[in-house]
Write a protein that binds this ligand. Structure first.
Ligand code: ADP
Ligand code: MG
Length: 344
C-alpha cells in the first residue's frame, strides 16, 4: 500500500508562493493501476514526484508498505528509490548511448557483474519487444520504441512500483494503445504497481483500475473506475468523460427534439448486465407509459459494459413519476434531461 498523508507542496518563486498541492491524502492499492487525471497545472507531476520524494513536500508524509519515506536518511531513500521506476513523457534517454546502455544505466553500482547486467538487459529487451534494437541509438527509434526503452530502463532494478508522467502524451493514438498494453502486461505478469498521470480519459479507460481526479492541487473525486465512469459526481469528472460518452453532442441533439406536455426525456445509466430492455417494457406495461429510445451508447470498462440510454417517456404525470421511482429503485439512475411541463 502506498499512502499519502496531508501532502502540501508550495513552490517559492521570486518572492511569490504557488500552492501546487493543497493538502492531499489518499491510498494507492498495490498491484493495481491507478490513474491520476487533471488538466495542465493541476499539480499532477508535482504529486507524482512527491511519491518518491524527488520533490520534497512542504508538509505531509509518504508511507510505502508501512515505511515513512520522510524519515529515511539519504542512503535508505536512495535504496528505496531504486525500487520505484519512473517513465517520462519525453522519454529522457541518453542520446550518446545505445538502447542497451540506456537500459543498463540504472544498474550502475548495483554490484551485478557484466554478464548479469547483459542478461538483465536482454530479458528487458525481450519484454518490451525490442530485441533487434539493442545496439541502435535513440535517434534511430520511433517515439513508441523510445518509450519502450524508457519502460525497460524503469524496470531495470526490478521495481515494485512504476510512476508514469504522461507516458503516452507524446505518442499517436495507435502507439499510445500499444504502450498502454505493455504497461498492463507488466502490471499483470510482474505484479508491478503502476501510478500514471494523464490529461486523457481515454488512457484511464484503457488500463486503470482506479482513478483520482485532480484540479487546482486538490482531489475532486476518486474511486473505482467502473463507479467513476458510470456515476461521475464532480463537474470536472463529467467534463473529462464527455469526450468518451459524447455528452456535448447529445445535449445539442436533444435541444432540437420537441417535448410535449405529457413527455419527459430521461437519461438512464446502466452498468454491467442491467437488462434495461426488460425494465423498459416493464414500465410501459405496469405504469402505462410509452417509452421510446432516442439514443444509446456503450463502453466496456474493465470488462464491464457501461453506458447511457436516453429515452422519451410519454404518459400522465403520476405514471411517469412512478416509473422514475421504479427505475431508481432498480439502480438504473434515471435523470430527467428535458421535461415537457417545464424548462429545466
Ligand atoms: P501538472 O503536471 O498537472 O500540469 P504541475 O505539477 O506541473 O502540474 O504544476 C502545478 C503547479 O505548480 C503549476 O501552477 C506550476 O506552474 C507550479 N510549479 C510546478 N513546478 C514548479 C517549480 N519547480 N517552481 C515553481 N512552480 C512550479
Ligand atoms: Mg505535468
Amino acid at each position: 500500500m502506498i499512502q499519502l498523508r496531508n501532502i502540501i507542496k508550495t513552490y517559492e518563486n521570486k518572492g511569490q508562493s504557488i500552492e501546487a498541492l493543497k493538502e492531499l491524502s489518499f491510498d494507492f492499492k498495490k498491484r493495481e493501476i491507478t490513474g491520476i487525471i487533471g488538466y495542465s497545472g493541476a499539480g499532477k507531476s508535482t504529486l507524482l514526484r512527491c511519491i518518491n520524494l524527488l520533490e520534497v513536500p512542504s508538509s505531509g508524509e509518504v508511507i510505502i508498505d508501512g515505511v515513512t519515506l520522510n524519515d529515511l536518511d539519504s542512503k535508505e531513500l536512495r535504496e528505496t528509490r531504486k525500487k520505484i521506476g519512473m517513465v517520462f513523457q519525453h522519454f529522457n534517454l541518453m542520446r550518446s548511448r545505445t538502447v542497451a546502455k540506456n537500459i543498463a544505466y540504472p544498474l550502475k553500482g548495483s554490484g551485478l557483474s557484466k554478464k548479469e547486467i547483459n542478461e538483465r538487459v536482454d530479458e528487458l529487451l525481450s519484454l518490451v519487444g525490442l530485441e533487434d534494437k539493442k545496439d541502435n541509438y535513440p535517434s534511430q527509434l520511433s517515439g513508441g520504441q523510445k518509450q519502450r526503452v524508457g519502460i525497460a530502463r524503469a524496470l531495470a532494478n526490478r521495481p515494485n512500483l512504476i510512476l508514469c508522467d504522461e507516458a503516452t502524451s507524446a505518442l499517436d493514438p495507435e502507439t499510445t494503445i500499444s504502450i498502454l498494453k505493455l504497461l498492463k502486461k507488466i502490471n499483470k505478469d510482474l505484479g508491478v504497481t503502476i501510478v500514471l498521470i494523464t490529461h486523457q480519459m481515454e488512457v484511464i479507460k484503457e488500463i486503470c483500475d482506479s482513478v483520482i481526479v485532480m484540479e487546482d492541487g486538490v482531489v475532486k473525486e476518486e474511486g473505482d473506475i467502473v463507479d467513476i465512469f458510470s456515476r461521475p459526481k464532480a463537474p470536472i469528472t463529467k467534463r473529462f468523460l464527455s469526450s468518451i460518452f459524447n455528452s456535448n453532442k447529445i445535449e445539442s441533439y436533444l435541444e432540437n427534439i420537441l417535448v410535449r406536455e405529457d413527455e419527459k426525456i430521461i437519461k438512464l445509466a446502466y452498468v454491467g448486465t442491467s437488462t434495461e430492455e426488460a425494465y423498459i417494457s416493464r414500465i410501459s406495461r405496469d405504469y402505462k407509459v410509452d417509452a421510446s429510445i432516442l439514443f444509446g451508447n456503450i463502453e466496456i470498462i474493465k470488462e464491464t459494459p457501461i453506458g447511457n440510454l436516453i429515452i422519451k417517456l410519454k404518459g400522465d404525470d403520476k405514471n411517469i413519476f412512478d416509473s422514475i421511482e421504479y427505475l431508481n429503485k432498480n439502480k438504473i439512475y434515471p435523470e430527467v434531461l428535458k421535461d415537457g411541463r417545464k424548462i429545466i
